[in-house]
Write a new protein. Sequence first.
Length: 391
Amino acid sequence: MSAEHPLVERLLTLARQHLGADVAWVSRIADGQQTILSTSGDAAAMHIEGGSVADAAGSYCVRVQAGLLPPVVTDARRDLVTRDLEITGRWGIGSYAGVPWRTPDGGSSGMLCCVSRRAAPELRDAALTYLAVIAGMLGDVLAGATPAPDEREGQVRGLLTGDSLRMVFQPAVRLSDGFPAAVEALARFDSAAFPTPDRAFAAAARFGLGVELEHLAVRRALARLPELGADTMMCVNLSAEALLDGRVQETLLAHADRHIGLELTEHTPVTDYLAVISVTERLRAAGVRIVVDDAGAGYASLNHILQLKPDIIKLDVGLVRGIDSDAARQALARSLVVFAGDIDAALVAEGIETPAELAMLRRLGVGYGQGFLLARPAALRAALASPVLRG
């Protein structure tokens, strides 16, 4: 099926409009080349041409695929990785979000990307969930065979009954000495139909199976608790919808004495804070620590902190990136260090990628950190090996 198929154009327009981007495109990456298959928006103004072929090595997309660049860049001109890239200036990229797509048979793959000329501090990981759904449909359309709904549901149910779901773990380390004080459990799927976790969870939610898949991931993670030392906590991620499920609560309570943390994700918004607070207080009383992430990212994360009164606060990656050279970021982080201390919460910096960022966070008094500089997600044994702090 041609990439100029009307459905491809419609899907790209939906992605662009949802993120408020100037341009969206879908590209195929093969043999070191990136081909722009189709675009939506004012692509000409950003010098992005449908049908153009370029060396993929210089692109954002390949860096995202290789784990060298996060899938969301809120300010490309200030980001330490992207600000000096030739393509940032040539295309005038101010912000970027991208997710991979793949045909059902795995025979072809590439990236779905949205870019704007302006910085977009409002971009959050929740945008990736939406893009992942669009990318899944694009992969089906570009293959020329969109699975029937019952076939897609069968693929999701296969995740619940098969062995494709596995857990990897990324440590959060004590910045003073590199000791892995906690590991965050992250789901991965060995399935050609769902090459990224976002796509798997988004598809499960479409068929009313999202809570079941989240619950399965939590059970798989908590089964590894006996392998942890007494001083290392395991954090699991749950949406508010899954947290309010009685079966999920009982699973957490059954392990509450084993040093675990609960981090609320943004798979679904919190629509009933009173209900969520009731559950988190019950879990906290049993020994579960409550984690809130994205601190410093905006009102939503601040509201989470004020409502849930977390035991652990995670600094947003957008605040951490470039903090070594940004006085405003330093001032905000410094205030959050004081705030966390006042409410007796631990503070974890997410997304540490450079020695300079690490050095500044230590100087500001942040106690714990997580990021590719310290350790990537890995099998549990590797995650528990004390990372070597650099810089």
